[in-house]
Design a protein around this ligand. Structure first.
Ligand code: BDR
Ligand code: CA
Length: 322
């Protein structure tokens, strides 16, 4: 219904940029954050739960239910990204421990409950390995009737980060990503190609860091944690990427990205391409289809371009709101 906030659930591995995503979702008036579920990824799942609860308290949203999910991917061992996100998984900012506990049900149960209880179909925003989402879809497939769309941060059309071709979230649990892509739910891929581009300039980050409002200041500190260059202008060094928060911007303001509906397949074979999202951008069938016939592949709305200034402005306006 027009004018009503979009019901959303974020499944995350908080995570510096997952924290930026949570701050945005809590403060955007067009979004109704109904729950947050946690999965192992950037750090272990208990660390993710702790970080998530802390961020929600700072953001002024202490009542959003938080569910603890999978401790490891479906097949792979857990492989953290603490070298990027700090030893606590969220920038080592020295934040206090949260004052409340997670929900007394696991993430999959919480997802099912909140999706089916929502008066309007829910948009799921996974910003992490898709383990919880795959377990949900396999355990409670009836939830798809009340899912509007999945908008996930993951995958890459061109270059990967975990490997030359695979993006971290998909690489961490490729089987889970394959399950999510083929669930028959409309799905948008906010991949590395757009993810890397949305960077908040140093002076804006500096301004956020000077705020007396705890949530706004946290956004600034998180943005400043992003990799910095040695030497040079200290304000420019504070520049930081929105990362996962860009996927939430894409739900609040879908006009800010350009998508194309394309066949996408997750490479599951062992070897150097494992975890790659193979996006078929060819204008016409190739020899493989001519000689071997067409294969049915999931169609995904792949983000190919992003209006960087628009999302930076949207983010700054939103997190600046108390
Ligand atoms: C993704 O990996 C994680 O480190 C980030 O939080 C983001 O979700 C980028 O590849
Ligand atoms: Ca993440």
């Amino acid at each position: 219904m027009a004018g009503q906030p979009i019901p959303v659930i974020i499944d995350c591995d908080t995570g510096v940029d997952d924290a930026l995503a949570l701050l945005f979702a809590v403060r955007h008036p067009g979004l109704d954050l109904r729950a947050v579920t946690c999965v192992a990824g950037n750090t272990d799942v208990d660390g993710v739960v702790r970080n998530t609860l802390t961020v929600l308290e700072r953001a002024g949203a202490p009542d959003v239910p938080v569910g603890r999910g999978a401790e490891r991917p479906l097949l792979e061992p857990a492989r953290s990204a603490r070298h990027v996100h700090g030893s606590d998984g969220m920038g080592d900012l020295g934040l206090p421990a949260p004052t409340r506990a997670p929900a007394d049900v696991d993430a999959v149960t919480l997802l099912r409950r909140e999706i089916l209880a929502s008066p309007r179909p829910v948009t799921l925003i996974p910003t992490a390995p898709l383990t919880n989402i795959a377990l949900l879809l396999r355990t409670h497939p009836e939830v798809t009737r009340n899912i509007e769309r999945i908008v996930f941060m993951g995958g890459a059309v061109t270059t990967g980060n975990a490997t030359p071709v695979a993006e971290f979230n998909v690489w961490h649990d490729p089987e889970a990503a394959a399950i999510a892509l083929t669930a028959g739910v409309p799905i948008t891929m906010y991949g590395l190609d757009v993810f890397m581009r949305v960077v908040v300039p140093g002076p804006e980050v500096h301004r956020l860091r000077g705020s007396t409002e705890p949530g706004t200041r946290l956004a600034g500190d998180l943005l400043a944690h992003r990799p910095t260059q040695q030497g040079g202008d200290p304000e420019a060094e504070e520049a930081g990427g929105l990362g996962d928060a860009g996927a939430v911007c894409a739900v609040a303001d879908p006009e800010g990205i350009v998508t194309r509906r394309l066949p996408v397949e997750v490479s599951l074979a062992p070897g150097p391409a494992r975890g790659q999202t193979i996006v078929d951008r060819r204008p016409r069938p190739g020899e493989s289809e001519i000689h071997e016939g067409r294969r049915e592949l999931a169609l995904v709305d792949v983000a190919l371009d992003v209006d960087v200034d628009r999302y930076v402005k949207l983010y700054l306006e939103t997190v600046g709101r108390p």
